[in-house]
Design a protein around this ligand. Structure first.
Ligand code: ME8
Length: 510
C-alpha cells in the first residue's frame, strides 16, 4: 500500500492561530484526506514550536512561565483546528520529552560526525524571525521581513558546518528535480545554495528556554535547530528505526515561502550531516495578503487590520466550517500569493456553493421527490454526462496528487457546471413523468455522487450530507475510491426527499 507522510510547519506558540496558519493547515488536511480516500497509508502531522526567545518574551510579558504559556497557546491551536475539522494523526509540541530525546540524538549524531564546532558568534539577530542577519542582509540595520531593530549579539556558540554541504546539496537538487515545488521556489532555494553557504550558530547561552545541548550544559539549542527535527521526532527518530524507515521515504513538508531557506537548505544539510536522507519533497506556498501585506503576527503596521487579528473561528461561525475550508482551498493556488477578503468569501459562497453546488442538489432532489415518486433511477452508460464526469475524475485526481487542491476543485466544479447546463437544456422540471425523466435524473444523481466523492477532502461534512440526500448511507470517504469513482455505480431504488437548501444565500452585509 502506498504511504504518504505530510507535515505543516509547527506554529510558534507565542500568538493565536489565524487565517494564515489556517490556510496551510486546511490545505494539508485536504491533501491528507485525499490520500486516505485513495487508500494510501497516511500520516498527517502538525503542532506547535514552543522554544526560542520570542516565546519566552511573550510568556514573560504575560506574567507566565514559558511552560504555562505554551500549554495555553498550544491548546488554542488544537481548538482552532478542531473547529476547522482538521483530522491530524499527530500533534507535536516541541516541549514534549519525545522531542527532547530525538533532538539530542539527532544533534549528537551530527556532532559525532564532526560537523559541529565551537566559535564566537558576533552579529545581528531578529527575534521575530528567530534568525541571524549581517549588516549586508539587513535593510539599514533593520530586519528585512519585520522592519524591526535587530539585536546585536556576541556569544560563544556551537556552529553547524553548513558550508561543508554546498556540493552535496547541489547534487541532491540536480538528482531530484521534484525536491522543491513549485519550480520558482526551487530556483529560489537553489540560488541560496549557489550564493554560498556560511556555517550557522546553532546554540545560545543567553537564554535557557530550549533543548539542552547534551555535550555542553551552558548551552541550549537555537530554536530553529530543534524545531526542524520535529518532523523526525513524530516518526520516532532515535526511538523506533522501523517507523523512520517506513515514513521518511514518503515524507512531504508543506511550508510558507518565508521559511524556504530553513527547510530547503539547512534541513536537508542537517539530515545529510546526521546520516539520514533528506525529506522527499517540500511543497512551498505563498502568502495570503490583506491589503497587500502578509498577514503575519509580527508585521503590525500602525492601525492596519491584520489577518492575525482574524481568528478562524470567527469565520467559521459566520460562514460555516466547510465554506471556509472551500474558500481557503479554492481561492489561492498553492505556490501563489492570494488576497484574503470577506467579499471574496461571500462571492465564493454565493456563486460556487449556493448557485452551483447547492442549486444542483436542490434541483435534482426536488424533481426526483416531486415527479419520480421520490425513487432514484440508475444512470445510463451512454449519458452525455459521462464524458465530463470522467474528465473531472481524471483531472481532479491528478491535481490532488500533484498538491493542487485549487485545480482539483476547479475540475470538480467543471462537472457541476456541465450537469447544471444539461439540466437547463432539458428542463426536467417541465418534463412529463416517465422513463425519459427518470433516466435524466439518474444521470444527474450519478454526477452528484461523483462530485461528493471528489469534494470530500475539501468539505467532508457537506459531502456526507449530500451523500445522505441522494439516498446513500455512510459517507463518500467510506468508499474505496478506485471502485466508487467510476461512472455508473449509482444504483436505482434509493428514496429521495426534498430538503432545505445546503447553502442558504448570504447577503453582502451578512
Ligand atoms: O515560522 N499566508 O512559525 P509561524 C499564508 N515556527 N500562510 C501563512 C501566513 C500568511 N499570511 N502567515 C503564516 C514558524 N502562515 C516556525 C516554523 S517549522 C519547523 C517552524 C503560515 O507561526 C505559513 O505556513 O510563524 C508559514 O510558513 C507559517 O504559517 C509560519 O508560522
Amino acid at each position: 500500500m502506498p504511504r504518504f507522510y505530510l507535515t505543516t510547519p509547527i506554529y510558534y506558540a507565542n500568538d493565536a492561530p489565524h487565517v494564515g496558519t489556517a490556510y496551510t493547515t486546511v490545505n494539508a488536511d485536504a491533501l491528507a484526506r485525499w490520500h486516505r480516500l485513495i487508500g494510501d497509508e497516511t500520516k498527517f502531522l502538525t503542532g506547535t514550536d514552543e522554544h526560542g526567545q520570542k516565546v519566552a518574551d511573550a510568556a514573560a510579558k504575560n506574567g507566565q512561565s514559558p511552560q504555562e504559556w505554551t500549554d495555553l497557546k498550544s491548546q488554542q491551536f488544537r481548538d482552532a483546528w478542531a473547529a476547522l475539522d482538521i483530522q491530524y494523526d499527530d500533534f507535536i509540541r516541541t516541549t514534549e520529552p519525545r522531542h527532547y530525546e530525538s533532538v539530542q540524538k539527532f544533534l549528537t549524531a551530527i556532532y559525532d560526525n564532526g560537523y559541529i564546532y565551537k566559535d564566537t558568534y558576533k552579529g545581528l539577530y531578529c527575534v521575530s524571525c528567530e534568525d541571524y542577519y549581517t549588516i549586508e542582509t539587513s535593510v539599514e540595520g533593520k530586519c528585512p521581513i519585520h522592519g524591526r531593530d535587530l539585536i546585536e549579539m556576541e556569544e560563544e556558540n556551537w556552529f553547524f558546518r553548513l558550508s561543508a554541504f554546498e556540493e552535496q546539496l547541489k547534487e541532491h537538487y540536480a538528482a531530484h528535480p521534484g525536491f522543491v515545488t513549485p519550480e520558482t521556489k526551487r530556483n529560489e532555494a537553489l540560488s541560496f545554495i549557489n550564493g554560498g553557504l556560511r556555517d550557522i550558530s546553532i546554540t545560545r547561552t543567553s537564554i535557557s528556554w530550549g533543548v539542552p545541548v547534551p555535550w555542553d550544559d551552558a548551552h541550549v539549542f537555537y530554536v530553529w535547530y530543534d524545531a526542524l527535527i520535529n518532523y523526525l521526532t513524530a516518526i520516532g527518530y532515535g526511538r523506533d528505526d522501523d517507523e523512520v524507515a517506513k515514513w521518511w521515504p514518503c515524507s512531504h513538508h508543506l511550508i510558507g515561502k518565508e521559511i524556504i531557506r530553513f527547510h530547503c537548505v539547512w534541513w536537508p544539510a542537517m539530515c545529510m550531516a546526521a546520516g539520514i536522507g533528506p525529506v522527499s519533497h517540500v511543497q512551498v506556498h505563498g502568502w495570503l495578503l490583506l491589503g497587500g501585506q502578509k498577514l503575519s503576527k509580527t508585521m503590525a503596521s500602525e492601525g492596519a487590520v491584520r489577518l492575525t487579528d482574524i481568528a478562524p473561528i470567527e469565520l467559521t461561525n459566520e460562514f460555516g466550517v466547510d465554506p471556509i475550508r472551500y474558500y481557503l482551498l479554492r481561492e489561492t493556488a498553492l505556490g501563489n500569493d492570494g488576497d484574503f477578503s470577506h467579499e471574496g468569501i461571500l462571492a465564493r459562497y454565493n456563486t460556487d456553493l449556493a448557485n452551483n453546488l447547492g442549486n444542483l442538489v436542490a434541483r435534482v432532489t426536488t424533481v426526483v421527490a416531486t415527479k419520480c415518486d421520490g425513487v432514484a433511477t440508475a444512470p445510463r452508460g451512454d449519458s452525455p454526462l459521462r464524458a465530463p464526469a470522467e474528465l473531472a475524475i481524471e483531472e481532479s485526481a491528478k491535481a490532488w496528487n500533484g498538491f493542487a487542491p485549487q485545480s482539483a476543485l476547479e475540475a470538480t466544479w467543471g462537472l457541476i457546471g456541465a450537469t447544471n447546463a444539461y439540466l437547463e437544456q432539458l428542463a426536467p422540471w417541465k418534463m412529463e413523468p416517465g422513463a425519459e425523466l427518470n433516466a435524466v435524473m439518474g444521470d444527474a444523481l450519478e454526477a452528484i455522487r461523483l462530485v461528493a466523492i471528489l469534494s470530500t477532502p475539501a468539505m467532508p461534512k457537506v459531502c456526507e450530507e449530500i451523500w445522505r440526500r441522494i439516498g446513500l448511507s455512510g459517507a463518500p470517504s467510506d468508499e474505496v475510491f478506485s471502485v466508487s469513482a467510476i461512472w455508473g455505480q449509482y444504483r436505482s431504488g434509493a428514496t429521495i426527499q426534498k430538503s432545505e437548501p445546503l447553502f442558504p444565500r448570504m447577503k453582502s452585509d451578512a
